[in-house]
Write a protein that binds this ligand. Structure first.
Ligand code: COA
Ligand code: AMP
Length: 636
């Protein structure tokens, strides 16, 4: 690995020189002279005295450089039977007008805007319009319920909310306006305006304080790009933590731009003019980084897909998109391929399309399970690459770097740390683990550019969640190990976060919802392995003495409660009434033990089972109740 080793060493030994070089690739208004400074807490602040605007770097700059007529976005929406291509010039002009419209509503530098939108070009336009004004966007995934939206609105305190009349789930219309209205009614913070994009499939009635997107954009004066400091926040993206309250991950501007640009070249091997397709949603970090900002900063074309991987019997959606738009590099979550494999086990749909344009397939969001890896590798002529990162890091921490030095692939491994990330595995005492020894995966400070700048208005949580466990390192929350050749294997979360269909969810939050039911004395929600979604949550509840109702009805009620409170993506499908839950002597529920049972002891860092009898008791208790056959197999 000579090229990789050289670049990695330089990035760790001389981070300032390394990242100064990379910064030169972006069009700054004021190039930074201070590359790295450590703040009072010792955390990295990148490019502090630099000034730029990421909307300018992603759009205007390319138009100025002669890329104006190139496609910036291919939007493909089988759910509405529509397709649209926007050139860099068209996109720049629409973003400038929408930024002008937001400005007329009083949005300016530093103001927040919450965006609750389906996968339409206007979602990207709204995000970049905020960036253009120096405003901070906070995109909320459409699968979240009003309560979740309200929590985010209260925390971010947006001046404006931008939404659409509906989202479309295959053939089910999801009206957004009632969700937004309910969220706003329960939120203590009230934005000054709500902008709504009307869609043909469902037209919403506008109320006072609501503005029609089209009318606003048509009459707005285009806005110019506002220079912002590299350390100014570009966005807040809420993600699940171990408690019910989501964490507002704050992303800076300059460091993020530099890191994304570097990753497009080094990790994904993408050159300007080439087509990148990330099948995710703008509501997740993958969408922020690799549907919106990274491809456009690099002068590539991004594919924006509004649809599912499978629409029975058609399991060829991704293959069609790759062939039709001549995609060079494709990125999605393994769960999407498990859905495709289920429908089309022999890969017949794949053979119907000309995939000669495709050079690499990237997977992340959850562990790439070996059966899915082999299914893909056996059928595709390109490297199938598992790479690992998280909302907090903003871009890949470990990958097989296609633009630097492609390496042999090992099933189950995310390959090697990306230059800039000094990844280590620590044992319980904080010592560096030996090769093959599992432990907590951490990143030694300074974190490279692009990683979280903090938690919105909660520095204490930033410290306690990530920095307090071991001095001088960032705790990723994942467990794993490194093998003798330096390959990193991520084995799963070591906390109460689970990954359902590539969506990150907090079991703690579900526990709060279930536990608030008057009939529930105690509860625990754990992730159980699932053949399609990777993990699914299962609730274990102890009822209050004297409960005389129908247990089956209660279980259904608890499931519905979680769906109403958190949203359909919470996917809690099973609640089991149990006699007791394993506890420590001081009465705390042994969550790690429950997790390990659910995982069949296969994943996670070694648990501290100090009472083997409790394991027996959970087994026994759960067996007496209705546990699905596949889950029972895992439990055995
Ligand atoms: N708006 C409203 N509802 C939504 C939604 C949205 N944006 N996204 C999902 N939902 C709903 C679904 O319709 C489903 O509702 P249901 O319980 O009534 O059927 C529920 O939330 C669960 O969604 P999901 O877990 O995504 O299951 P699914 O069966 O709809 O799709 C996959 C499963 C695997 C095909 C899909 O999750 C997928 O493609 N995932 C991979 C890509 C990805 O999004 N990755 C994220 C990070 S890379
Ligand atoms: P999110 O913040 O939603 O992107 O989820 C991040 C989490 O998803 C990580 O902390 C991991 O637990 C998991 N994850 C993401 N990519 C991978 C991967 N390639 N292998 C294993 N786990 C992954």
């Amino acid at each position: 690995m000579p090229r990789y080793q050289d670049e990695f060493r330089r990035s760790i030994e001389s981070p300032e020189a390394f990242w100064a070089e990379q910064a030169d690739r972006l069009p700054w208004f004021t190039p930074p002279r201070t590359i790295l400074r450590h703040d009072d807490q010792g955390h990295a602040r990148w490019y502090e005295d630099g000034e730029l605007n990421l909307c300018h770097a992603a759009l205007d700059h390319h138009v100025e450089q002669g890329r104006g007529e190139q496609a910036a976005i291919h939007w493909d929406s089988p759910v509405t039977d529509q397709k649209r291509t926007l050139s860099y010039r068209q996109l720049r002009d629409r973003v400038a007008c929408f930024a002008g419209a937001l400005r007329e509503l009083g949005v300016g530098y530093g103001d927040r805007v919450v965006i609750y939108m389906p996968m339409v070009p206007e979602a990207l336009i709204a995000m970049m319009a905020c960036a253009r004004l120096g405003a901070v966007h906070s995109v909320v995934f459409g699968g979240f319920a009003p309560h979740e939206l309200a929590v985010r609105i209260e925390d971010a305190e947006p001046r404006v909310v931008v939404t659409a009349s509906c989202g479309i789930e295959i053939d089910r219309i999801v009206p957004y306006k009632p969700i937004v209205d309910e969220a706003l009614a329960s939120s203590m913070h009230k934005p000054v305006a709500c902008v709504l994009l009307q869609r043909e499939n469902h037209v919403a009635e506008l109320d006072e304080g609501d503005h029609d997107w089209e009318a606003l954009e048509a009459s707005a004066e285009p806005a110019a790009c506002v220079p912002v400091k590299a350390t100014d926040p570009l966005y807040i993206l809420y993600t699940s933590g171990t408690t019910g309250r989501p964490k507002g991950v704050v992303r800076d501007t300059g460091g993020y731009g530099v890191a994304l640009h570097y990753s497009m070249e080094t990790v994904y091997d993408m050159a300007p003019g080439e087509v990148f397709f990330s099948a995710s949603d703008v509501g997740w970090v993958v969408g922020h980084s690799y549907i919106v900002y990274a491809p456009l900063l690099r002068g590539c074309t991004t594919v924006v897909y509004e649809g599912k991987p499978v629409r029975t019997p058609d399991a060829g959606a991704f293959w069609r998109l790759i062939a039709e738009y001549r995609v060079k590099s494709f990125f999605t979550a393994p769960t999407a391929f498990r859905a495709i494999k289920k429908e089309d086990p022999e890969g017949e749909w794949l053979s119907r399309y000309d995939l000669s344009c495709l050079e690499s397939l990237f997977l992340a969001g959850e562990r790439l399970d070996p059966p899915t890896f082999h299914w893909l590798q056996d059928r595709l002529d390109v490297p199938v690459i598992d790479h690992w990162w998280q909302t907090e890091t903003g871009w890949p921490v470990a990958a097989n770097l296609q633009g630097l030095e492609p390496m042999p692939i090992k099933a189950g491994s995310a390959t090697v740390p990306v230059p800039g990330f000094d990844v280590r595995v620590l044992d319980r005492e904080g010592r560096r683990a030996m090769a093959q020894e599992q432990g907590a995966v951490v990143i030694k400070e300074p974190m490279p550019p692009g990683c979280l700048a903090g938690i919105w208005r909660d520095p204490e949580r930033f410290h306690s969640a990530y920095m307090a466990a071991f001095p001088g390192v960032y705790l990723t929350g994942d467990g794993g190990y490194v093998d003798e050749e330096g390959y990193l294997f991520i084995m799963g979360r070591t906390d109460d976060v689970i990954n359902v269909a590539g969506h990150r969810l907090s079991t703690g939050e579900m526990e709060e919802v279930v536990g608030a039911h008057p009939a529930v004395a105690e509860c625990a929600v754990i992730g159980i392995q699932d053949a399609l979604k990777g993990q699914v949550p299962v609730g274990l509840v102890i009822l209050k003495d004297g409960f005389t109702g129908d247990e089956a009805l209660l279980e259904a009620e608890l499931i519905e409660r979680v769906r109403q409170w958190i949203g359909p993506i919470a996917c809690l499908r099973q609640v089991l009434v149990v006699d007791r839950l394993p506890k420590t002597r001081s009465g705390k529920i042994l969550r790690k033990l429950l997790r390990n049972i659910a995982d069949g002891q296969a994943y996670g860092i070694p648990s501290t089972i100090d009472d083997p009898a409790s394991l027996e008791s959970v087994h026994g208790t759960m067996r007496r109740h209705r546990v699905g056959a596949s889950q029972q197999a895992r439990l055995e």
